[in-house]
Every structure is written in C-alpha cells, then in structure tokens.
Design a protein around this ligand. Structure first.
Ligand code: FAD
Length: 465
C-alpha cells in the first residue's frame, strides 16, 4: 500500500496550494481528484472563467464608448465563440500550470473519488475499482457545488448554474438571476454589458447582502442606472420551463405574486459543501448541515484529519480563504510556526462593474456590537486617476476604532476596488491605525492614492474632496 505523510482530497485552490506548501515542508504528499484535471471550481467554473468574461465585457463596453476616448470605432460585434475559446485557453493553461507545479514538487496526483476508509487510510475509487493508500495526515478539500431552490431543477440548458452559464452557445436575450451574492451580481454584470436584459431576484432586503449597507445601496443605484431590474425581498416560488425559456414566479416585498419570463434562469442561491460520501461518518469530525467544524488550524475533532476551503463551517467560501487555510494546516502538521486563521482578516472581492473590495467589520456590525468607531469616506470623484480611467463613481469607506484609530474595516466600491483593497488587508493584518496609514506615501497618480484620502477622512483631513 502506498504511504504518504499527507493525502489531500480535492485539487482546488485549497487542496493544490496546501499540497505545494506541504511538499515544501518536506511532507510526502498525494492529491486525490475525482475530475480528470486539477484546479477545482475556482479554476474551471468559478473565479478564473468568470473574470475572463468580465474582462471581455469591460473591453466591449470600452469599445462601445470609444468616442468618449477620442476614437471612432464602428460596428463593434461580439464573436461569442472566440470569447469562450479564449476563456477555455486561459483555464487550460493554468490547469497545466498546476500539473507542472505538482511535478516540480514531486506531488502525486491520483485520479478517482477519495473517501476516508479508516484512521490514516484513504480509499480511491475509479472505474469501479477501489485502492487504498496510507496517510499520516488526511486533508479534505472537496469544495462546493451550486445549491438549487426547493422544487427547482437545474437542467443545465434553460435553468442553469455557474457551470453551464459559462458556456452558453449564445448570449441570451434575457436572463433572470436568482440570488444577488457575489456570483449572481458578477454574471448580471457580464451579461448586462453584453446586451442581455437582466432581472435580479434577491430574497434579502438588499443586493450583495454581506457587504456594508452603503456599498449595497451604491451597487443597486449603478445597476438600476444601467437598466438591470432588481427585486429585493423577492421570494421565488417556482421556475417553470416553457417554449421560450422559463417563467419565474415570486412573491414581491408587498406580498404580491409576480412573474418574470426569460430565455435563461441562473440559480445563484448559495453553495452546498461536498461532504457526502466522504467517510466522515466514520470519524469524530463534527459535521453540521454538511459543513465540517474545524479549529483555528483547520484541525477537525478526528486526530490528524483536517478540513479546508468551502466545506468548513463559519469561514467564507472564497478561493484565497481556502488557500490560506491549506497553508496554515500544512504548516501545522509539519510542525512549523503558523498563525491561526482569522476570519476578520480575509478580504472579499466582487468583480462586478463597479467592483467591490472589502475587509473587516461594517459600520453597522461595529455599532451593533457596541464598538465605538469613527468612519471616514472618500469618493472617487476626487481621484485624478479614476477620472483618467473614466470610472470615478463609488467611494472608499473606512471604519476605525474611535480611541486608538485601529483600522477595523474598509469597504470599497469603484475602480480597481479588488486591487486596492490590498492596502487595507495589510493595514488590518499588521494592526495598523489610520494615523499610520495617513503618513503612508501613496504614488501619484494612482487609484490607490484614494486609500490615503480615505484614511485621512476618518480624521476629517482628506485633501482631495
Ligand atoms: C462562479 C463563481 C465565481 C467565483 N469567483 C471567485 C472569485 O473571484 N474569488 C474567490 O476568491 N472565490 C471565488 N469563487 C469561490 C471559489 O471558487 C471557491 O471558494 C473555491 O474554489 C473553493 O476552493 P476549494 O479548494 O475549497 O474547493 P473547489 O475549488 O471546489 O475544489 C474542490 C475539488 O475537490 C474535488 N472533489 C470533490 N469531492 C471529491 C472526492 N470525493 N474525491 C476527489 N475529489 C473530489 C472536486 O472535483 C474539485 O476539484 C467563485 C465561485 C463561483 C461558483
């Protein structure tokens, strides 16, 4: 029986990153992956393909607005087949890249369905045959799948999930997006820009409901201005296919029944953890509603069994969270000094147009928790690079401790929000104060320098507004 220091089940951004770090620490590592390629949801049907399509939609928008930049561009047409082909090329290139990294680090990739067979044993099933491998440590990194609504069947053609919507044969004329979290608003953004008539149905009172309330309000305003129809507090009751596509019936916020018909319906109503048929029932690991409970080093209640990524209870379902969890768990099992995972130090990035980047507490969360905070806000209208880019909507909002000025939360909506949030992440990671950040020199002209103005805003000292 093959023996390893670590066997990881799942090769997404949690599993593959953990494998490389474990190998760097000298652990003999294998990764079991059910699909015939490495990279998981993120690379194949998540982060990467969506960002390719978003980038293409932005280029299309620039070309349509070419006159604004002094260019005469006529008859801009989308060649959808070529757009999809470029997306697939990028995905394939990076999947090959992971294969190369595995070779470099002597990590064994084993294709098949992985399952805990007993303490220190993983069973791998492929083509009806099961083999067992021995593992000093086991790490589950099996990720998540789209969750549907009760009574709604995702048929993959008319009613689609994040998987199928990435390869639609044509740009749909109309689309209903059920769910306005990150996945929902990103697809709404992509297809609206490509000319689709988009309607968003969100059950909660606001879109991007996990973000600061002012961020939700700003995105709502911009989306409506672009012509996206939005219904919040909308409770979907049924989705029925018909000759032209599908009809969605929902109760609106006033309790009235409404219907909306569209060529395609995207169900983006959350992700369910892949924890069935993994042998978890044979372990002491605590599983609740499918999510695995893990400690600060991603250890479960079963000795030498770790869980990382989208399957972990109470942590965000994000690629960079999965990767850091894998790095921490690998370091822990290799006996290296690693910090515990801190939920408040994990940024959120939503790549719709306008982009959203955020980290830490929102103003409301801070106030609800009885924290005494000061808030500063800086609008991108005062930032010269944002004007050059032709994108000066939105703002940066900083939530800081009232007494010491420690940066507790930063919420950005506007140009390059998912990039410039980096400074806030570092500030929070290093427990910086707004006063430290006010004397941090920001290069000019950059969108990033708006961060300097936002930190100054907490003390009422912004320069450019
Ligand atoms: C449309 C969309 C866009 C997204 N965009 C972003 C983004 O921009 N940024 C971001 O941070 N996050 C984004 N996410 C979330 C991100 O994709 C996930 O948080 C991330 O992929 C989770 O990583 P993971 O390693 O836990 O699992 P996954 O990436 O889901 O990988 C799990 C792997 O395990 C394999 N597997 C499952 N069960 C078994 C088994 N029993 N045996 C063997 N193999 C198994 C699967 O085949 C898969 O390859 C997006 C998600 C979606 C759906």
């Amino acid at each position: 029986m093959a023996q390893y220091d670590l066997v990881i089940v799942g090769s997404g951004p949690g599993g593959y990153v953990a494998a490389i770090r474990a190998a760097q620490w000298g652990l003999k590592t294998a990764v079991v992956e059910k699909d015939g390629f490495l990279g998981g949801t993120c690379l194949h049907v998540g982060c990467i393909p969506t960002k390719v399509l978003l980038h293409h939609s932005e280029i299309f928008e620039h070309l349509q607005n070419a006159a604004e930049y002094g260019f005469e561009v006529k008859d801009v047409k989308v060649n959808w087949v070529n757009v999809l082909a470029r997306k697939d090329r990028i995905v394939k290139k990076h999947a090959k890249g992971i294969e190369g990294l595995f070779k470099k680090h002597k990590i064994e990739a084993i294709t098949g369905w992985g399952r805990i067979a007993g303490p220190g044993r993983v069973a791998v099933e492929k083509d009806g045959k099961t083999t067992e491998i021995e593992a000093k440590n086991i790490m589950l990194a099996t990720g998540s799948e789209a969750r549907s609504l009760p009574g709604v069947e995702i048929d993959g053609k008319t009613i689609v999930s994040n998987r199928e919507i990435l390869s639609l044969p044509e740009i749909p004329k109309s689309l209903v997006v059920v769910g306005a979290g990150a996945v929902g608003v990103e697809f709404a953004s992509i297809y609206k820009t490509f000319g689709t008539d988009v309607t968003i149905l969100e059950m909660l009172p606001r879109i991007v409901p996990l973000e600061d309330e002012e961020i939700s309000a700003e995105l709502d305003k911009v989306f409506r201005k672009k012509g996206v129809k939005i219904h919040t507090e909308a409770k979907v009751e049924s989705v029925k296919k018909d000759a032209k596509g599908a009809t969605v019936t929902f109760k609106d916020k006033d309790g009235r029944t409404q219907t909306v018909a569209a060529e395609k319906v995207l169900i983006a109503a959350g992700r369910k953890p892949n924890t069935e048929n993994l042998g978890l029932e044979k372990t002491k690991a605590k599983v609740e509603r499918g999510f695995v409970h893990a400690g600060p080093y991603l250890e479960t209640d079963e000795p030498r069994l770790y869980a990382i990524g989208d399957i972990v209870a109470g942590l965000p379902q994000l690629a960079h969270a999965a990767s850091m969890e894998g790095i921490i768990a690998a370091g822990k099992m290799a006996g290296k000094p690693v910090p515990p995972i801190d939920r408040n130090r994990i940024p959120n990035a939503t790549y719709c147009e306008p982009q959203i980047g955020s980290i830490g507490v929102t103003e409301k969360q801070a106030k609800d928790a009885g924290m005494k905070v000061k808030v500063g806000k800086f609008p991108f209208i005062g930032n010269s690079k944002a004007s050059i880019l032709g994108s000066h909507g939105g703002f940066i909002k900083v939530v800081a401790d009232e007494k010491y000025g420690e940066v507790l939360g930063v919420h950005i909506i506007g140009p390059l929000a998912t990039e410039i949030i980096a400074e806030a992440v570092t500030a929070i990671q290093l427990e910086g104060t707004v006063d430290d950040m006010m004397f941090t020199v920001h290069a000019h002209p950059t969108v990033w320098e708006a961060m300097g103005d936002a930190f100054n805003a907490v003390r009422g000292l912004s320069i450019n507004v």
